[in-house]
Write a protein that binds this ligand. Structure first.
Ligand code: SF4
Length: 149
């Protein structure tokens, strides 16, 4: 699993300052994809050493670590999410493009589901097909409406 780049963002996960890591080799090919450069298997390998480096540089500036993509290798996303939890007291999130929650949901504090559908819009659109779930005691709670306020 590789990543293209990362950024510190404020709106992807409500109430969190998030290090969003953009994973490549996206298999979803949504119509109207806003990030076609993420379709190829390119970038830097994302492994424990790379995560250690990111946390050393940015860990004290963030409250959440978010895997943006990774649907080609969901078990690897979950494995690295567990690793982040062993290394830092951060929330861990996953932006998946799949329509359903992953079997590995409990490895995360937040999971976003749903491909991008141009006519329905992203999470900020009330008509969106996408959902953001918060892990509340192991159960998914839909908090998508937080984006509509
Ligand atoms: S999941 Fe994201 S990166 Fe992948 S095709 Fe859809 S919009 Fe593009």
């Amino acid at each position: 699993m590789k990543y293209y780049n990362f950024d510190i963002v404020f709106q992807e996960i409500p109430d969190e300052v998030t290090l969003a890591v953009n994973i490549t080799n996206c298999p979803n090919h949504c119509a109207g994809c806003h990030s076609p450069h993420l379709h190829g298997d390119i970038g830097f390998p994302l492994d424990e050493a790379e995560i250690d480096g990111l946390l050393a540089k940015y860990g004290n500036q963030i409250t959440c670590f978010c895997f943006m993509g990774g649907d080609a290798t969901p078990q690897e996303v979950a494995r690295l999410a567990a690793y982040v939890r062993t290394k830092a007291a951060l929330k861990v999130a996953w932006y998946s493009g799949k329509p359903q929650l992953p079997d590995t949901f409990t490895a995360f504090d937040y999971v976003k589901t749903g491909p991008y559908v141009p006519e329905k819009g992203g999470l900020k659109s009330r008509g969106t097909n996408q959902r953001l779930y918060r892990n509340t005691g192991g159960k998914p709670v839909d908090i998508t409406s937080r984006f509509w306020r």
